[in-house]
Write a protein that binds this ligand. Structure first.
Ligand SMILES: Nc1nc2c(ncn2[C@@H]2O[C@H](COP(=O)(O)OP(=O)(O)OP(=O)(O)O)[C@@H](O)[C@H]2O)c(=O)[nH]1
Ligand SMILES: [Mg+2]
Ligand SMILES: [Zn+2]
Length: 301
């Protein structure tokens, strides 16, 4: 028994940086090791970037993933495990910010139990100075930190670096907003491919294809492919309101229970919107997403 155990190489723990076909690139204390999966994993578990794993080192320098450590959380689109913070990246222009899309990304991050959610507005160089300072200030007032940066000019990079220190940070957002450009600006050795925004439709070209972790500032930053839409597939209508954190203090006073805060009279959420205590753009996003979830339910029943 002892002998068979000793035949295997050393066990190491590490972090999955990226996956490609059946290979997993794992950062360990001994560098990045190309790993395959032990057969028993193949069906049951899907290992994704960000996962913490145990690997066995083989004599040829490659490894085999033997164990998957428990996840703190999982961001679903794109799949990244053990995320400390999400930086939802949008562009001040080219492409313009679509409030509903921004809110979809916010709800997705809230529903994935990511501890810190920030908004980053890139391409601030495309706006007149005064507008640049206030873009998305409404979101700041409800508690989401907003960073206003320019990858092209290098503006805001020191602040970004401070935020990244020691954490695993996912940059997500639509295609063409400059996620890869920002990462390149933080560390030129990443040398990530950057795409042009189409002149005609003002959209990105989906240049980045896979989520990938890069060591940075004592933590990791994750470049991800841009999404033009995110479906609310795993969210129930009744829980949606809880993913709008600033609505919480206005809950509990509705006449009807349950209340969907849409068509019901004497609804404390609607009253707060009318009184200007809740921001209408957020409430409208809530209604759109609620409608989408309810329609989806009808489709399947
Ligand atoms: N004016 C301006 N353009 C920028 C800035 N940052 C990025 N760009 C341009 O925006 C375009 C898209 O940049 P990418 O970094 O490929 O965008 P992305 O978010 O990684 O896009 P996907 O990988 O497709 O999701 C490129 O033409 C960049 O040069 C900026 O700060 N200012
Ligand atoms: Mg990219
Ligand atoms: Zn209500």
């Amino acid at each position: 028994m002892m002998q068979t155990m000793e035949q295997g190489g050393a066990m190491l723990s590490g972090r999955v940086l990226r996956t490609q076909n059946s290979f997993f690139y794992v950062q360990t204390g001994q560098g990045v090791i190309d790993c395959k999966l032990r057969g028993r994993f193949k069906k049951k578990e899907l290992i994704c970037p960000g996962d913490r794993v145990e690997i066995q080192l083989l004599s040829d320098g490659t490894g085999v993933i033997e164990g998957l450590l428990e996840r703190q959380n999982l961001l679903k689109r794109p799949a990244v495990a053990n995320v400390d913070q999400v930086v939802l990246t949008f562009a001040a222009a080219q492409p313009d910010i679509h409030p509903l899309l921004l809110n979809r990304f916010l709800v997705l991050a809230e529903s994935s139990a990511i501890p810190h959610i920030l908004i980053c507005v890139n391409k601030i160089d495309l706006l007149p100075m005064e507008d640049g300072r206030t873009v998305l200030s409404d979101y700041e007032s409800i508690g989401y930190p907003v960073l206003r940066v320019s990858a092209e000019k290098g503006w805001g990079m020191d602040e970004l670096r401070r935020i990244l220190a020691g954490r695993t940070t996912v940059f997500s957002g639509p295609s063409g907003v400059g996620k890869s450009s920002l990462l390149n600006r933080l560390d030129t050795s990443f040398d990530l491919e950057v795409g042009r925004v189409s002149e005609k439709i003002k959209r990105g070209r989906h240049t980045t294809r896979l989520a990938r972790l890069f060591p940075c500032e004592g933590g990791y930053i994750v470049d991800t492919p841009g999404f033009s839409s995110i479906e609310m597939t795993d969210i129930e209508a009744s829980e949606l309101v809880h993913f709008f954190p600033e609505f919480a203090s206005h809950l509990g006073g509705c006449r009807f229970t349950p209340c969907t805060h849409s068509h019901e009279p004497q609804c404390s959420i609607k009253e707060a919107v009318e009184a200007g205590e809740l921001f209408r753009e957020r409430y409208e996003a809530y209604l759109s997403l609620l409608d989408e979830i309810e329609t989806r339910k009808k489709d399947y029943s």
